[in-house]
Design a protein. Structure first.
Length: 231
């Protein structure tokens, strides 16, 4: 397989990847227990957006969809239930192990969305729900260029993330503890317009953006951005 053109860059700037991997390894069982009931715990709007993405990805079957930042694998399994060929990729080996245990019929791989071990024009779609929030701004362009590289022409990307402030300023939070475990995890909250601008510069023009208000104890609005590689 051809190597990603960004491998050298990330080899030199991998501290955030190592910190994110170690943090999710530490909290993987607790995180899985807390967030394992999707789609039941999602809103009808969230589910409808994932379903719409699946319909778009169906146009490119047999090219599979990659669920990047797949965590416990519940969204990967949902796409499989919708009849989409799909596999999961997660930075955390422990998350991948739990996903494989829960969904032994599906494929899950340890890897990073910043440097995908895939040939060019392999994927019919990319889904990344609440995973690009851990990518520092200075690495977004290279990450989205990687998405562009592995997508087939006409393939779609659906991103879901907690939105930043309405004034457009990026917000950053560092957590040193979660679920009673010591971690070192950074969160970056951006507006849909900011993410759309980064996608457009990477050759993935945006087709839709959705912003919904928090529900059921959520603290921030949820944003969804749908982009497409030009056919």
């Amino acid at each position: 397989m051809p190597a990603s053109p960004h491998n050298a860059e990330y080899a030199e700037n991998a501290d955030f990847l190592e910190a994110t991997r170690a943090s999710y390894d530490a909290i993987a069982p607790a995180y899985t227990d807390r967030f394992s009931d999707w789609p039941a715990d999602s809103t009808p709007l969230d589910r409808s957006l994932v379903t719409a993405f699946a319909e778009l990805a169906r146009e490119h079957v047999p090219a599979p969809v990659a669920d990047l930042g797949s965590g416990p694998g519940y969204v990967t399994a949902h796409l499989d239930d919708l009849g989409i060929p799909v596999f999961g990729v997660d930075l955390s080996p422990r998350m991948v192990a739990l996903a494989r245990r829960a969904h032994p019929e599906l494929r899950f791989h340890v890897g990073s969305m910043t440097s995908l071990d895939l040939p060019d024009q392999t994927l019919g779609g990319i889904l990344a729900l609440y995973s690009v929030i851990h990518i520092p701004t200075e690495h977004l362009a290279a990450t989205f260029a990687e998405f562009h590289r592995v997508l087939v022409p006409g393939g779609h990307v659906l991103l879901g993330f907690q939105s930043g402030s309405p004034d457009g300023d990026e917000e950053h939070l560092h957590l040193s503890e979660r679920f009673g475990h010591e971690i070192s995890l950074d969160y970056y909250w951006r507006t849909p317009d900011t993410v759309a601008a980064h996608l457009g510069k990477s050759g993935l023009p945006v087709q839709a953006r959705v912003l919904r208000e928090p529900v059921d104890g959520e603290k921030r609005p949820r944003a969804f951005v749908l982009a497409r590689k030009q056919p």
